[in-house]
Design a protein around this ligand. Structure first.
Ligand code: HEC
Ligand code: HEC
Length: 342
């Protein structure tokens, strides 16, 4: 993202114009999110319409450490806007420095996911939002306690009344945070501009990488444009050789055939969201691409599609081009400071 905009002043202007722009009449009237170049309309559930006042409340809650048991952790601790809405750690550290087993995915474009979490155990952002608050090693709080804490803050009480017409509720907390997350989107990448017909926006190596990605290397079968994920679950073998491998999707469905499967991660902004994979075991993008281009890591349930990737026998130059293409998927996403909290 930065490299491109620095080299071309027109791209800066274009980027600003094409950033998700938001149009609204008043703080409580329904607003529409104009998706950036290359992305479809943002899906919004009927029972949680977007309003400016709700998004503002959601932003405060997202940054507020009152949502954790001991007041030390907020959503932004693990999904920090300045580091690609994720964190620069393999696996997350929650309250009392407890370390979980999974890498924090980026919140960018989570509005489009058909399920949330690496194993897809939450259906919507609303359902997802309350999970980390009660997770003993993430925020480690009781929802009733969080609701009671916020109900003592007059500004929150006024805002919940204004936005939802109720006192502070856990449903309201979830809805406001989800509405805020729906404004965190990234499109308008070099790839999107190329697709829109602009010339000279991708390097020759990126163009070769794109060609491989879409065809011979089979990447697009799982990392399907425009979001660069099909939303489906596959076993790529990452972590399969560790002592106690994460069962992934099997935890949710209890079916053996789902052993070691994880939701295909979106590759938008992937250059800014490392470390990679569900366990954060790989710290560089080039290593992650090398593993995938080699057809994943052998194990009893490896996806048959990855065996096909392996048969493509991609060369070192092919892999370099694929890595270059990954960088063409960086666009513009919002970067912000924590708001002033009540
Ligand atoms: C201690 C670190 C930590 C905190 C605090 C935290 N998260 Fe997460 N978040 C994670 C991890 C780790 C995962 C992946 C867990 C999994 O897949 O099982 C995740 C997953 C998610 C996802 C799913 C993204 C996807 O691609 O599936 C969203 C959205 C999200 N978190 C938002 C939030 C919100 C909102 C909050 C605050 C209420 C929050 N997180 C607090 C670490 C954290
Ligand atoms: C069979 C489906 C499938 C195919 C084909 C596939 N991937 Fe993936 N990819 C996945 C899954 C699933 C993961 C997550 C694995 C995990 O974390 O355990 C992943 C992870 C990645 C990651 C890490 C992203 C992150 O945020 O952690 C990159 C980069 C990647 N793939 C690139 C590629 C490239 C390049 C190709 C083509 C050579 C490719 N993939 C082919 C399913 C696939």
């Amino acid at each position: 993202m930065r490299r491109y905009t620095r080299s071309n002043p027109f791209a800066v202007l274009f980027g600003i114009l094409a950033l998700a722009s938001v149009a609204f009449a008043g703080p409580n009237s329904v607003m529409t999110i104009q998706p950036p170049l290359g992305l479809p309309p943002v899906p919004v559930p009927e029972d949680n319409p977007m309003t400016a006042a709700k998004v503002e409340l959601g932003k405060m809650l997202y940054f507020d450490k009152r949502l954790s048991g001991d007041g030390t952790v907020s959503c932004a601790t693990c999904h920090e806007p300045k580091t690609g809405w994720t964190e620069r750690r393999a696996t997350s550290k929650g309250i009392k420095a407890q370390v979980g087993g999974r890498n924090a995915p980026s919140v960018i474009n989570s509005a489009y996911h058909t399920s949330q979490f690496w194993d897809g155990r939450a259906k919507s952002l609303e359902e997802q939002a309350l999970g980390p608050i009660e997770n003993p090693i993430e925020m480690g709080a009781k929802l009733e306690d969080v609701v009671a804490k916020l109900a003592k803050v007059p500004d929150y009480v006024r805002r919940f009344k204004d936005v939802f017409g109720t006192e502070v509720t856990k449903e309201g907390i979830a809805k406001a945070i989800a509405a805020f997350e729906r404004t965190v989107i990234s499109g308008n990448s070099a790839y999107d501009r190329h697709e829109a017909g602009y010339e000279g926006v991708m390097t020759p190596s990126q163009l070769r990488g794109m060609e491989l990605f879409m065809n011979e290397a089979q990447c697009a079968t799982c990392h399907t444009p425009p979001l660069f994920t099909s939303g489906r679950f596959y076993n790529a073998g990452v972590g399969a050789k560790t002592k106690k491998p994460d069962e992934g999707r099997k935890d949710v469905t209890k079916k053996d055939r789902d052993l070691g499967k994880f939701r295909v991660p979106s590759l938008r902004e992937v250059a800014h969201t490392g470390p990679y994979f569900h366990d954060g075991s790989v710290d560089s993008l080039s290593k992650a691409v090398q593993i995938m281009a080699g057809g994943g890591i052998d194990n009893s349930n490896l996806s048959s599609m990855l065996k096909i990737v392996r048969e493509a026998k991609l060369t070192k130059t092919n892999i370099k081009d694929l890595i270059a293409f990954m960088e063409a998927l960086s666009g513009s996403y919002p970067i912000m400071e924590a708001p002033e909290l009540p």
